[in-house]
Each structure stands twice: as C-alpha cells, then as structure tokens.
Ligand binder design. Structure first.
Ligand SMILES: *Cc1c(COP(=O)(O)O)cnc(C)c1O
Length: 368
C-alpha cells in the first residue's frame, strides 16, 4: 500500500530549482536564492561563518535574542564585533546605525534582525539599508519573522544576505529555509579562507556545485517532504496574494494592539510605538503583580489551541506573546486571544472591559 508521505518519487533537481525561483519571486530578488536543507539557523550561521573572519569588523545590532547569537558566531569567527543594543521595547533607528558606523569607520559587516517575533518589534530596514550601502559594508538580515508579515525587499534595500524561513508568517514548514546572496557577498565568501567548505554550513558549496553547475545536480538527497511543504506554502501565498497575506498580518497586529489597550486591566503593548510593533506577533506587558507565564498557562487551560506564549527567559514574568501569524492571522484568533486573556486577567482580580476590547479589535481590522 502506498503511503502519502513515504512512497514519493525522488525530488528532481528541476523541481528543486523551480521552488528556489518561486521563493526568489516572493522576495522580489534577482539575487541567487539558496534553499538550505535545515531550519533557518542553518543559513543564518552559514552566512556569518562564510563572510566573517579575523579581518572582519562587524556592527551587530541587538534588538532581541537573535542578535546575541549572531554576535557570538561573529566573535567565534575571529571578527572584531561592535554591539549596538537597544531596549527590547523599541526598534533601532537609521540614525543610530549611522552614528555607530561613523564611530568605527572600519566596519565592513552589519548584522540585523528585521522583525523580532520574540520581542514584538520591527526595524526600519529600508532606511538602515541606505545608510549601510553608503558606508559600503555588507548587510546581513534575518527576515525569518518578517517574510509574509510585511514587505521584505532585499534588492531594493541593498541587503546582501537575506535569510528567511517559512514557519512564521508564511505558514509553512520549519525544516528548510532560504537565503538570498548578492554578488558582493559571494565575493566576500570566496576570498575568506575560513569560510566553511565541504560542510553542511557551506553556502560556497551550493554556489560552486549547484548554482555554477546550472542547477542540474543536487549536493545530497534533499529534505523532500519539507521541500514539498515549502512549495505548497508558497503556492498558497501566491493564490491569496502576498499583499493580502501581509495585510492580514498588519490587521492582526493592529487589532491585537487596539484590543489589548481597550481591554484595560493594566495590560499594555510591550513595544511603545505603533510603528515599531511587528506585524508578525504582538507582545503585551502584564500589570505588576501578574506573572505572564501564569496568565498564559491559565488562558491555555481554557483555550489550548490559541497562539499564546509567555516571553522567553527573564521576560516570562512580564511578557505575553500573541503569535498571530500564518493561519492564525485571522479576526477570530485575535478576538479569542483577547477574550481568553481578558477572562484570565479578570480571574486574577483585574477589572477588564471585554466588550470594549472586542469592539476596538473589530474596528482596527479594516475588512472585518
Ligand atoms: C523564529 C525566528 C527564527 C527561527 O528560529 P526558531 O527558534 O526556529 O523559531 C530566527 N530568527 C528570528 C528573528 C525569528 O523570529
């Protein structure tokens, strides 16, 4: 008996290449797009190890937990690293980047996270890209949490290495991921003696053995099921329309934010400025005396399917994450999340206005 997951014909090189092309279209890029056979941390690490070495001076922007990780990879490669950290309730500004570059003119690599699902902020990549371009540094961007939720335009923004994953706003699989690579980035890697070669982390292997060979022979057996899932998810986005998908995420974030403010009970948006709040997920600060992880646990006991989580690490005490992405970017999920959090807050003794929250969320969702 054939099994739908198991008895599949091999994934051909042609099919693999066509999936890469579709992902490239989704990113509006003419650059090479390499689909890596692992979760997004694979191209995130591979791109840093490929480009950075003892001669590199990096500006590493920290607006959430991933920036910390990039800094350790960069240092591990022997790079000199200047960290630019901003409080997690804000975004970084292009002016701050300009200042850091002026202070250390030798910077030739800038790493940035576009949107932070973990902290709920999003950074002005277009403006920052112009500053980085002018300075001449290579620009590395983690767009895992922004792709599908807001525009991601590596070519227009001058991004040399743009990493995406399908598991957030694209509503796809987590097991494969992609990176667009500019000619400048390829040249930097080719000139880097420490760049991974003959390694699972190696982007150069894909360049030399896959791209330069006309994409006719894969390096190794691909993650077939994940590739098919990625193809299906891109197809679904094409059918709905990328603009409609991003609009849905923008509405979900606006509705959650407005609803939480109207709910009262001391719940507040974690990210202070509307414009700095990421469309992919909304973070909320709990009132003093209410432990976020306990509130989330109570909410999930009554509605286990809701995309609610407490913040990671120390933020578990004070931060609630409403992960309204992918299939969860709907008015129903937002409404239920607000209602359930509101009920849990009321249980803890807070005074909340569930009807006002519901109305504010509905008004903030244009097509609702
Ligand atoms: C989700 C995410 C990733 C991928 O990491 P996971 O731990 O697998 O979810 C990478 N970067 C950012 C900014 C993310 O939000």
């Amino acid at each position: 008996m054939t099994h739908p997951f198991l008895d599949l014909p091999p994934l051909s090189a042609d099919r693999f290449a066509s999936i890469e092309d579709r992902v490239a279209r989704l990113m509006s890029t003419e650059q090479n797009v390499v689909i890596m056979q692992g979760e997004a941390l694979l191209p995130l690490e591979g791109a840093i190890r490929g480009c950075a070495g003892p001669g590199t001076t990096a500006l590493n922007v920290i607006t959430g937990p991933y920036g910390q990780t990039f800094g350790s990879w960069l240092r591990d490669c022997g790079a000199t690293v200047h960290d630019l950290a901003v409080p997690f309730h804000t975004a970084v500004t292009a002016a701050q980047i300009r200042e850091a570059l002026a202070e250390h003119p030798e910077i030739d690599f800038v790493s940035l996270v576009h949107a932070e699902a973990a902290t709920g902020n999003t950074n002005p990549v277009e403006e920052i890209g112009a500053v980085v371009r002018e300075h001449g540094a290579l620009f590395y961007l983690d767009a895992v949490a922004s792709i599908g939720a807001e525009p991601v335009l590596p070519d227009a923004w001058g991004v040399d290495l743009c990493v995406i994953g399908a598991q957030k706003a694209m509503g796809g699989p987590a097991g494969v991921s992609a990176v667009s690579v500019s000619e400048r980035a390829w040249a930097r890697m080719a000139a880097n003696p420490g760049a991974p070669r003959r390694s699972y982390l190696s982007l150069l292997d894909w360049k030399e053995r896959w791209i330069d060979g006309g994409r006719t022979a894969l390096l190794h057996a691909p993650a077939q099921l994940e590739m098919l899932a990625l193809e299906a998810c891109v197809e679904r986005i094409e059918t709905e329309g990328l603009d409609a998908v991003t609009a849905r995420h923008r509405s979900a974030a606006a509705a959650t934010r407005a609803g939480a403010l109207a709910l009262g009970g001391g719940l507040e948006p974690f990210v202070h400025q509307d414009a700095e709040a990421a469309p992919v997920a909304t973070t909320l600060r709990t009132p003093s005396g209410v432990v976020a992880s306990e509130l989330v646990a109570a909410a999930l006991r009554s509605e286990p399917a809701l995309p609610l989580a407490a913040g990671g690490g120390a933020l578990a005490k004070e931060m609630i994450r409403v992960n309204h992405y992918g299939a969860d970017a709907t008015p129903e999920v937002v409404r239920a999340s607000l209602a359930t959090l509101g009920a849990a807050l009321r249980e803890s003794g807070a005074v909340v206005d569930l009807a006002a929250a519901r109305q504010a969320a509905a008004e903030a969702w244009p097509q609702d």
